[in-house]
Design a protein around this ligand. Structure first.
Ligand SMILES: O=C[C@H](O)[C@H](O)[C@H](O)COP(=O)(O)O
Length: 217
């Protein structure tokens, strides 16, 4: 079974957790694209969505699904998003598609976070996937030097501007033993907008698809 089929199966497994009449939080990426398509195909009568990126907003609207501005919503039940890595503790690395900051905000407003992945994303320790850090453009070199002091190897993601007008540093060679502490530490560097560790707000449920079926934890 190829990776895209697994992504699709994880996305479709999340559909049964979506209740009619509710607002649904929608993440970003190829796995979430399958979720958006399944939301439309299953014709679940949701009230609307809130979205974590311009790309997801465009896909939702193209399929006739309403998108609320997050400022119109005080809270909502379920946020569904993919991840680049996820652990048994439901900590994640996100931001491979540069959408980490809006994802963290939209996830923060949700009562629960459902992470949908194929089984290649499951890891014991975060950090093999280079950690995305969104940075104010003016601060790029300064932030990179500060990250080197923390033991990481930052690489500027050339040609990528986030939906917020910022740039991304991908930090290689981190073994993230204490994700909550590193999430906080990175956020304290002046010029960092957000980093891709989701540990302060982990997932509540991970749905992972493999050759043999769906695993939930
Ligand atoms: O910025 C992108 C997001 O964090 C994605 O959720 C993450 O990169 C996983 O993407 P995909 O489902 O395409 O593997």
């Amino acid at each position: 079974m190829d990776q895209n089929t697994k992504k699709q199966r994880a996305a479709e497994a999340a559909i049964s957790l979506i209740k009619p009449g509710t607002v649904v939080g929608v993440g970003t990426g190829s796995t979430v694209n399958y979720f958006i398509d399944a939301l439309a195909a299953n014709k679940i009568d949701i009230e609307a969505t809130v979205s974590s990126s311009d790309a997801s907003t465009a896909r939702l609207k193209a399929l006739g699904i309403d998108v609320y501005d997050l400022n119109e919503v005080s809270t909502y039940d379920v946020y569904v998003d993919g991840a680049d890595e996820v652990t048994n503790h439901k900590h994640m690395i996100k931001g491979g598609g540069a959408a980490l900051t809006r994802e963290k905000i939209v996830a923060a407003v949700a009562k629960s976070f459902i992470c949908i992945v194929d089984d290649s994303k499951k890891v014991d320790v975060l950090g093999k996937f280079p950690l995305p850090v969104e940075v104010i453009p003016l601060a790029r070199s300064y932030v990179a030097r500060e990250i080197v002091k923390l033991g990481g190897d930052p690489v500027y993601r050339q040609g990528v501007i986030t939906d917020n007008g910022n740039v991304i540093l991908d930090v290689h060679n981190l073994s993230i033993i204490e994700p909550t502490a590193l999430e906080t530490q990175l956020n304290q560097i002046a010029g960092v907008v957000c980093n891709g560790i989701f540990a302060h707000r982990p997932a509540d449920l991970v749905i992972s698809a493999s050759e043999t079926g769906i695993e939930r934890w």
